[in-house]
Structures are given as structure tokens and as C-alpha cells.
Write a protein of this length. Structure first.
Length: 251
């Protein structure tokens, strides 16, 4: 009897550690496989129905990196893409041109920030990436001189066809002021068609809405000795902090 006890005790001891790990592993696998209905979890069904872009913003945020393989990256000329995909990517390119032009028209960005001469916005180079099932990214590098890199990056929702995040590194970024930042965020809310949501309020971390459970941020960050980077985005409420880095007056 004692011998059986000595044998069973180590086994029970080991199982007491392995079983919780197995349970958590299975739970993680189940969560990864599950489709989340963000409109039911985070926002009211009325708001989700009226503003479907909100649910897609949530879905894109919580599936970041889902399909980040290099196989999903193509040059804008699409020469490396399969023939059956080239028409699709041409449509996406056209959509990007249209939406970036809207950002310029709404004064969210300016022609100097995106190295445009003021004519129709045309994309003739860059890399297009399918980040996940909800989101495309377009990245462009205009010039490189040591640490001085002029570049842009735009995230675009597949279904809502709206740009929800952008990064711009350019010497023109340094000319922006704190008041410019507030106007940019207000214009971003209008661009997304969310201006009728009545509880938008300005905080240290940007504009926030507890009805939509969203926050819009606009910041200038400095990375090393390169050009300052303008970062604008719309994400789920509480997922972004300014870390005391805010748009500051050039003066």
C-alpha cells in the first residue's frame, strides 16, 4: 500500500502542474479559432448597425499580424502578383488614391506631407500588404539620406474602405501645432462618418467616445535624429496612451 502511495504521489504532483497548462493551452486555441462579434461585446447593437465601421475597427485591431507573411506583399506595379490577383490589387491602388485624396481635401493631411504637387494624388510605387482579413497597408519611402527618411504608411479597412491609421515621416511634420492636431482629429472623426456620435470629448490621449468605445489620436514622435513622425489613428478605447508625447507648437 505504501509503495503504491509513493508511486502515485509524484504522478499526482506532476499532473497538478500539467493539467492547468493543458487547460490554458486549449482555452487559448479555442479563443484563437473563435470569431468575435465585436458589435455585441463592446458597443450597443444600435450603434454597430448604424456605424459598421466601428465593428471593423475593432476586428482589425484584435487580428493584428494575422497574415503578416511576406507572401502577402506586392509592389504597386503588381508584376510579382499572380495574374488573377492583379485586377484586385489595381482596384486597391485606386481606392488608396481616392481615400488619400479625401484626407487631403478634409485637411487631415496636406500635399507637402505626402510629397504631392497639388494635382490628383497618384500612387506609382510602394509596397501593399494584406495585414489580416480586415486591413491593408500601403508603405512608401520617398527618399533616404542617412537618418533623414521621408516615408508614409496608411492602413485601410477592406470592407468599410476607410483609412484608419497613418504614419508620415517628413520635415513638414515639424510645422504642425497642437491646434493643428485637434483639428486633424476632429476631421478624422468626420471622415469616418462618426461626427454624429454626441459624446466625443478631448482628453490627453486624443478624442474619445464612450458610446462608440473608440479613441482618435494624433501625435508627433521623434525617433533618433530622423525627421519627426506624424501618427494618426482610430482604435478601441483605452488601447493608446500618449506617453506624454503630444503635438507641440513649432514655435
Amino acid at each position: 500500500m505504501k509503495r503504491k502511495t509513493y508511486i502515485l504521489l509524484p504522478i499526482l504532483f506532476i499532473l497538478s502542474f500539467l493539467l492547468p497548462m493543458l487547460v490554458f493551452t486549449l482555452q487559448d486555441w479555442h479563443d484563437i479559432q473563435k470569431d468575435y462579434h465585436f458589435d455585441q461585446i463592446y458597443i450597443s447593437s444600435d450603434i454597430a448597425k448604424k456605424y459598421p465601421v466601428i465593428s471593423e475597427i475593432y476586428a482589425s485591431f484584435y487580428t493584428q499580424g494575422e497574415n503578416a507573411e511576406s507572401d502577402n506583399q506586392y509592389l504597386i506595379d503588381y508584376s510579382s502578383a499572380p495574374l488573377e490577383d492583379q485586377e484586385t490589387y489595381a482596384d486597391i491602388k485606386s481606392l488608396y488614391e481616392q481615400e488619400i485624396s479625401k484626407l487631403i481635401d478634409k485637411s487631415i493631411i496636406t500635399n507637402p506631407l505626402v510629397n504631392n504637387d497639388g494635382n490628383a494624388y497618384i500612387i506609382d510605387f510602394g509596397i501593399l500588404t494584406l495585414r489580416n482579413r480586415h486591413l491593408y497597408n500601403l508603405s512608401q519611402i520617398f527618399s533616404m539620406e542617412g537618418n533623414k527618411v521621408v516615408s508614409t504608411s496608411f492602413d485601410l479597412l477592406k470592407e468599410s474602405k476607410k483609412i484608419i491609421a497613418l504614419d508620415i515621416s517628413n520635415e513638414a511634420v515639424a510645422l504642425l501645432t497642437k491646434d493643428d492636431g485637434k483639428e486633424i482629429m476632429r476631421s478624422m472623426i468626420q471622415y469616418l462618418g462618426l461626427e454624429e456620435i454626441e459624446d466625443w470629448s478631448y482628453t490627453d490621449n486624443g478624442y474619445e467616445s464612450y458610446i462608440a468605445k473608440l479613441q482618435v489620436y494624433c501625435e508627433i514622435r521623434h525617433y533618433g535624429n530622423g525627421y519627426p513622425t506624424l501618427e494618426i489613428g482610430v482604435i478601441p478605447l483605452g488601447q493608446h496612451s500618449s506617453y506624454n508625447v503630444k503635438i507641440k507648437s513649432a514655435g
